[in-house]
Every structure is written in structure tokens, then in C-alpha cells.
Design a binder for this molecule. Structure first.
Ligand code: SAM
Ligand code: SF4
Length: 350
């Protein structure tokens, strides 16, 4: 199954009815065989919504003046990380808008060291802080980050510039360069795309999957695009598939990726839950094996609205954890408490 060509991928992405059921079932079988039946938690801390970029789809883009900007204090971030560690999550993800000032770079660097300190070096740390120089990536790696998430958003240059302004700070080439730098630095590298964007075709999505394979990624996080009324892309909402169609297509994408890259980690993206309350669990049942419970202090969540109907805005971490645990068990999977749950692929790739 690993050698699917573009036409075969397109056919699978379009699968409905029995053909789709067979695809989803097969993807789950491949996941269990290659990575086991465990789901790994990554406690997500969205520690700042201050961003220098203006991605046309994103609710916290620089140009959205309605957003109240925040920086979660170091103490609160460490509190969330301590919660993750004490609850055996084993890993956290620090996510933010994209800044590259020396102050920001140093702040993340200091945080990494402190997180390692409070957890006796045990908490695994993933970063998702956008494009940075190779030097910054190296500095953060040396301070304890070992995985990095940077979605390519679309691997098609033309589509990329339909969803980003075409200028120096939103350069497609720089994005690809950043992914290469991350790999060269030694990170486990995760990327992904939004699914169901205006102007996006099945061809684009098939090319995205082939791009992941060619880049030989270790992890993937991809979910449905969801519109936000205070963003420029909202004007094209008449071009969108229904939310249910985007959701179904996102599951097909996850399943096909699992067939193409059997041993990588695939996250059940939060955006799935914005469409279907059980969306993430459905992804875990058809090929995904990682979930990112939100540990951002509740008071800040309202201002990290990337898209409409973002879930869990007022649930605290404890509630989130209990409800997730029950749902994952109901879906028939175990939780990999206390384990980093690294990408198996990372250890065998060249
Ligand atoms: N600033 C960093 C970056 O862009 O890589 C990390 C934070 S950014 C908010 C994380 C991801 O949110 C992006 O990679 C993007 O795919 C996703 N996102 C933003 N707006 C979205 C939307 N309207 N619908 C779905 N996902 C969205
Ligand atoms: Fe900033 Fe990331 Fe949103 Fe782009 S997707 S505007 S870089 S937070």
C-alpha cells in the first residue's frame, strides 16, 4: 500500500460508502500493526497570541484588531506543564504566534530550560512557534525541545499565495527551507495542511500527501479549514464545501496518509472537534495516534480563536482530561500515560 500513486490517492480521497469504510478500516489496522493501539497525550499550551504574520485564514493574524493580545506568564505556563507532568501526559506542546525578536527567542529558550528543570528532565517538549532561523532552532533544540510542528499549510505554491499575502515574510520558499532546517537540526519534524480551503482541489491534497512522503516527515497534524469572519479568506466562504464534507475529507486524508506512511505519528487535530464533538476520537479510530488536550489557562482561551466554534473554551484542564480519557477508552484505545510516544519513523529514517 505504501507506493500509492497520485491518481490512486485522489480516488481514495474521494471514496464514499463501502469503499470509504474499507479505507478507514484498513488505516486503523495499519496503525495498530505499525504503532500499536496507544494514544499519546501532548498537553497544549497556547502561550501567546501575539503574531507578526498575517496569514489570510487565521483569527489571530496581526491585522485582526479585535483580538486582545496576551502573553501567558512564565509561572502560569510552568503551572500548566507541571499539571501535564503530574498527570503523566509525558509531553507538552508550546504553541504561539510567530515572533522572532531576541526577547521572544530568549523567552522560549528560558522556558524550555525551566520546564526541563521542574520535571527532572522528563517532560518531552514540542514547539510550534513558526519559522525561525536555523540558529534559533538549534538553540531551542539544545535547550530541550525535540519535536517541532510547522505546517506547510499547502504544498502548492499558487494555493499557498491564495491563503497568504505574497511577500517576504510569508515566503513559500522560506517555509520549505524552515522545514529542512528543522530536520537538519535533529528535531522530529511535523507538518500538515488545512483541508477544505477555498480554491483547494483533490489534486492539491494528493500532492500534499506526496510532499509529506518526499520530505519524509515524522509527524503530521492536519485538520479541516474552518472560516473566521474577521479574516480576509472569509470573503471566499461561498466556495467552501460544507463543514461535514470538510470533516469527512479530513478523515480520508488521515487514513490515506496512514497507508502511505505507516509508522509516523498523526495527531487528531482540534479543528475536527469544532465540527463534530467526537471528531478527534473519530480520527483516533481511523489512523491518528496523538491528541493534544488543551492546557492553556482558561482565561486566555477566548483570545486564541483561530476559527469559529473552537472547542473547550471554558473547560479547565482537569475536566478536559477526564472527558478525553473516557472517550478514548470508549473508542477502544489505551492511553500511553508516562510515555513520550515518539514517532517510530524518526528512529529508522536516514
Ligand atoms: N504560529 C505558528 C504557525 O503558524 O506555525 C503556530 C500557531 S498557528 C495558530 C497553528 C495552526 O493553526 C496553523 O498551522 C494553521 O494550520 C492552523 N489554523 C489557523 N487558522 C486556521 C483556521 N481558520 N482553520 C483551521 N486551522 C487554522
Ligand atoms: Fe500567526 Fe500562525 Fe496564525 Fe499565521 S497561522 S497568523 S503565523 S498564528
Amino acid at each position: 500500500m505504501i507506493g500509492l500513486d497520485k491518481q490512486e490517492i485522489i480516488q481514495l480521497l474521494k471514496a464514499t460508502g463501502e469503499e470509504r469504510t474499507a479505507l478507514l478500516t484498513r488505516a486503523q489496522e495499519v496503525k495498530v500493526k505499525e504503532t500499536g493501539n496507544k494514544v499519546y497525550f501532548r498537553g497544549l499550551v497556547e502561550f501567546s497570541n501575539i503574531c507578526a504574520k498575517d496569514c489570510l485564514y487565521c483569527g489571530i493574524r496581526k491585522g485582526n484588531e479585535k483580538v486582545i493580545r496576551y502573553d501567558v506568564s512564565d509561572d502560569e505556563i510552568l503551572e500548566s506543564c507541571r499539571f501535564a507532568w503530574e498527570n503523566n501526559f509525558a509531553s507538552v506542546v508550546l504553541q504561539s504566534g510567530e515572533l522572532s525578536s531576541p526577547t521572544f527567542i530568549k523567552r522560549v529558550d528560558d522556558l524550555l530550560k525551566k520546564i526541563k528543570q521542574i520535571s527532572n528532565g522528563e517532560l518531552g517538549i514540542t514547539l510550534s512557534c513558526g519559522e525561525q532561523s536555523q540558529e534559533t532552532y538549534r538553540r531551542w533544540f539544545e535547550s530541550g525541545a525535540h519535536r517541532y510542528l510547522l505546517r506547510i499549510e499547502s504544498s502548492n505554491r499558487e494555493l499557498y499565495y491564495k491563503i497568504h499575502p505574497e511577500n517576504e515574510i510569508h515566503s513559500f520558499e522560506k517555509r520549505i527551507e524552515a522545514l529542512r532546517s528543522l530536520k537538519n537540526t535533529g528535531y522530529q519534524v511535523g507538518t500538515g495542511v488545512m483541508i477544505g480551503l477555498p480554491f483547494q482541489t483533490y489534486e492539491h491534497l494528493a500532492d500534499d500527501l506526496l510532499f509529506f512522503k518526499k520530505l519524509d516527515i515524522d509527524m503530521c497534524g492536519m485538520g479541516p479549514y474552518i472560516e473566521h469572519e474577521d479574516t480576509p479568506l472569509y470573503q471566499h466562504r461561498h466556495l467552501l464545501k460544507t463543514k461535514q464534507e470538510r470533516f469527512d475529507l479530513a478523515l480520508n486524508m488521515i487514513a490515506v496518509l496512514r497507508l502511505l506512511m505507516p509508522d509516523i505519528n498523526i495527531a487528531a487535530a482540534t479543528a475536527l472537534q469544532a465540527i463534530d464533538p467526537a471528531g478527534r476520537e473519530k480520527a483516533l479510530a481511523i489512523g491518528a495516534n496523538v491528541i493534544m488536550p488543551n492546557l492553556t489557562p482558561t482565561a486566555y482561551r477566548e483570545e486564541y480563536q483561530l476559527y469559529e466554534d473552537k472547542p473547550c473554551l471554558d473547560e479547565d484542564a482537569e475536566l478536559c482530561r477526564n472527558c478525553l480519557e473516557a472517550r478514548i477508552h470508549m473508542a477502544g484505545s489505551e492511553i500511553g500515560y508516562g510515555e513520550w510516544g515518539d514517532s517510530k519513523h524518526f528512529y529508522i529514517r536516514s
